[in-house]
Design a protein around this ligand. Structure first.
Ligand SMILES: Cc1cc2nc3c(=O)[nH]c(=O)nc-3n(C[C@H](O)[C@H](O)[C@H](O)COP(=O)(O)OP(=O)(O)OC[C@H]3O[C@@H](n4cnc5c(N)ncnc54)[C@H](O)[C@@H]3O)c2cc1C
Length: 269
């Protein structure tokens, strides 16, 4: 049962609450934490809110951006320099949820949620993590797959803005709005002429956490970016995924459609 709600005014103060309050977890937008609390299914007894710790806001400088972990998805949608992310953000829940949901919280939601995390992995973003003693910076990919230790707080996300039209995204769902992913595909593909010089591809909904499609990346790189090569490379995605059955789709179906959606995302079909 909930016993304490702490409203710290800084990251160090939040860390002190996290280490001193028994059964404490971070509360960001609360879109996941609050339903869990209301169902009474988890063991946490204290909430440490990030609302007033000063982790909101977006800065953009010479092709790079830094996003505070408590920035909401609605604030991201409003940032002109991040317009390439809007089609992805629009697929996440509803405007009401996006007004509350934060960038940091999206890294830790269970699949088949975590669509922004999939985008951040494709973009090669890094997370800054404040630990009890020190701060570290690591690829978002790692934060998403290993999580953070007790008492650690993701403070910001940094990334290099992709070149025009290099970022690609698609999300296959059971219904058009407010639906979890069957498969989410995000990619940054850089071409030299007609040939792929680099590719970073991330997939959601097809493993326990969002994953890199490294087999597809390898198959694409150095090849012409045409239908035949992309279709062949997309089939390689089956080597990178480990789908499970859930209420939205069977593991069989998720595997069956993944290469199709990878191809569609890459070619904008
Ligand atoms: C109806 C509904 C529909 C949804 N649809 C989608 C969807 O389509 N796509 C999608 O991606 N998501 C979806 N979600 C999931 C969720 O709303 C978002 O992913 C959101 O970004 C989570 O952020 P939050 O701030 O609300 O997290 P919270 O609920 O506050 O926290 C989630 C987890 O992250 C931890 N956490 C939060 N911030 C930090 C931090 N800075 N450092 C360390 N740990 C932290 C918390 O302790 C908790 O474990 C949906 C949710 C709902 C309720």
């Amino acid at each position: 049962m909930l016993q304490t709600v702490a409203m710290p005014g800084s990251v160090p103060e939040a860390q002190r609450f996290l280490s001193s309050l028994e059964g404490a977890i971070i509360l960001a937008g609360g879109t996941v934490v609050m339903p869990v609390l209301n169902y009474g299914t988890d063991a946490f007894t204290s909430l440490v809110s990030l609302r007033k710790v000063g982790l909101s806001g977006i800065s953009v400088e010479t092709g790079k951006t830094t996003i505070g972990a408590a920035t909401t998805l609605a604030e991201l949608e409003d940032e002109k320099a991040l317009a390439f992310l809007r089609p992805a953000l629009d697929t996440i829940a509803s405007p009401t949820i996006r007004n509350m949901a934060t960038v940091g919280g999206n890294l830790f939601v269970k699949q088949p949620y975590g669509d922004l995390a999939v985008c951040l992995i494709a973009l090669g973003a890094t997370a800054t993590i404040a630990g009890p003693g020190a701060e570290r910076i690591e690829p978002v990919e790692q934060t998403v797959s290993s999580g953070v230790k007790a008492g650690e707080i993701v403070t910001q996300i940094s990334l290099t803005l992709p070149a025009k039209d290099a970022f690609k995204f698609t999300k296959a769902t059971r219904k058009a709005f407010n639906s979890a992913a069957i498969v989410t595909v995000a990619a940054v593909v850089v071409l030299e002429g007609r040939v792929v010089s680099s590719a970073r591809i991330a997939l959601g909904g097809v493993a326990k956490t969002p994953v890199r499609a490294t087999s597809v990346e390898k198959a694409l790189t150095g090849k012409p970016f045409d239908h035949a090569h992309v279709e062949a490379a997309a089939k390689e995605a089956l080597k990178d995924i480990d789908p499970a059955d859930d209420a939205y789709a069977s593991a069989w179906y998720r595997a069956r459609v993944t290469p199709v959606h990878v191809r569609r995302a890459l070619l904008g079909e």
